[in-house]
Ligand binder design. Structure first.
Ligand code: NAD
Length: 250
């Protein structure tokens, strides 16, 4: 596609944003690939090429094979801890601050939206900031799991009650947190939902676009909702959002 056509797409999306009274955003792993964090399904670089994340990042492995969970599974999460927000995260924070975006639902657990400055965020798959004891429910900093794992304490245990510690990331097999209901309501009530960097293959988050009045998808690869989208923008998230922002400011 030529530069003019891509600029037209950005312009059309900017027009939808200007007309919309309530615009919400749903992001996935693709928005963080430019921060060096691999997504699940990109060809060649996605984590599926190496592991089956649905198996390793599951409650089944955590409960039945904690050794595997606290060695292999935890290693999948480690690159996310040191990463920094990229231009796409920053642009979304600016769009929220300037009143163009009402809320941001993310499937990501990397904390990069918050670090970039977004504030009305629903982290529907949890986060890596904390962990908790499965017995007494006390909350601790996530780093305690890493420290204990590195000292050979597998599974890592709570210093207060000796219950097993687990991350506050939502694992396959877990229920979603309460904020999923807010995300669902926003997706249903908003005038425009913009999906960025998600193949929309993970349920139940992939139900959110179903009820959107207008749907824009910004994604490098195909998604399950491409045919339902009002506008599809096959571009890197950072470039797409910068182009849209520039159009909004014209
Ligand atoms: P996914 O891997 O299924 O899909 C990512 C999509 O993003 C792909 O279609 C890919 O083409 C696209 N993409 C990659 N780089 C892009 C870029 N720079 N700009 C625009 N699009 C780009 O990811 P998903 O739909 O989010 O589902 C994976 C699940 O894994 C999620 O539930 C998420 O919680 C979890 N996950 C999170 C992280 C993270 O926190 N950073 C990383 C990996 C996986």
């Amino acid at each position: 596609m030529g530069i003019d056509q891509l600029n037209n797409i950005a312009k059309n999306i900017a027009e939808l944003i200007k007309k919309s009274e309530k615009t919400c955003v749903l992001t996935g792993a693709g928005i963080s690939t430019e921060s060096g964090i691999p997504d699940f399904r990109s060809p060649k670089t996605g984590l599926w090429n190496k592991y089956d994340p649905m198996e390793l990042l599951s409650t089944d492995v955590l409960y039945r094979n904690p050794k595997l969970f606290y060695t292999e599974s935890l290693n999948i999460l480690m690159p996310m801890i040191d990463a920094s927000p990229n231009k796409a995260h920053e642009m979304l924070a600016v769009l929220e601050k300037e009143g163009y975006i009402y809320s941001l639902t993310t499937q990501n657990i990397d904390n990069l939206h918050y670090r970039a400055g977004s504030r009305n965020i629903y982290e529907v798959h949890g986060h890596l900031r904390t962990c908790h004891c499965m017995q007494c429910q006390r909350s601790f900093d996530f780093s305690i799991i890493i420290k204990k794992r590195d000292n050979g304490e597998i599974p890592p245990l709570c210093d207060k009650c000796a219950g097993v510690l687990r991350t506050d990331v939502v694992l396959f097999g877990d229920r979603l947190p309460e904020c999923f209901e807010d995300a669902f309501n926003d997706a249903r009530d908003c005038d425009l939902l913009i999906v960025i960097g998600s193949s929309l293959q993970v349920a139940p988050v992939n139900m959110l676009p179903q009820s959107a009045k207008k749907l824009v998808i910004i994604n490098m690869g195909e998604t399950l909702y491409d045919r339902r989208a009002d506008i599809l923008y096959h571009e890197k998230a950072s470039i797409a959002l910068t182009n849209i922002y520039n159009e909004l400011k014209k």
